[in-house]
Design a protein around this ligand. Structure first.
Ligand code: AMP
Length: 134
């Protein structure tokens, strides 16, 4: 059965798209720790565990995440973009990219931001525009 993230990449479930190429897709986390919290996924595999990916998909995923992180860094005021991989909730490999002002911005236990649809759209647009310039 297709995972929720496979359906997102296929456009069957809506998401706030940030960037994509043939093999990978980036979109805003719906329960963000901070503005610009982004998820990066492979489109063509539903492998649950990132370290179970084949080497080529694994390397490509990180290369794509690197490019997306550059766009986030330009679009969202932050000191740097942090990276995390958990996969405790959705069984489809994904990398969290989180713009950080301080260490406490990367805290998966704290209450998540509640953003309006317009805010999500505006954040996704600003990152996407930076991605398109790279
Ligand atoms: P984890 O699997 O522990 O890395 O957490 C999964 C992440 O995916 C959480 O941060 C969720 O907020 C996020 N998430 C789950 N469903 C969606 C969705 N439909 N759109 C965007 N983000 C989602």
């Amino acid at each position: 059965m297709a995972t929720v993230f496979t359906k997102i990449a296929a456009g069957e479930i809506p998401s706030y798209k940030v960037a994509e190429n043939e093999d990978y897709y980036a979109f805003l986390d719906i329960n963000p720790m901070v503005k610009g919290h982004t998820l990066v996924i492979p489109k063509k595999t539903e492998t649950d565990y990132i370290f179970a990916l084949d080497d080529s998909t694994y390397a490509g995923l990180w290369a794509f995440a690197k490019k997306v992180s550059e766009a986030i860094y330009k679009a969202i005021p932050c000191k740097r973009v942090g990276v995390a991989v958990l996969g405790m909730e959705v069984p489809h490999t994904h990398i969290h990219l989180v713009p950080l002002e301080s260490e406490s911005d990367m805290d998966f236990r704290k209450k998540k931001l509640e953003l309006s649809e317009a805010e999500f759209r505006q954040i996704a647009k600003s990152i996407s525009e930076e991605y398109d310039k790279l």
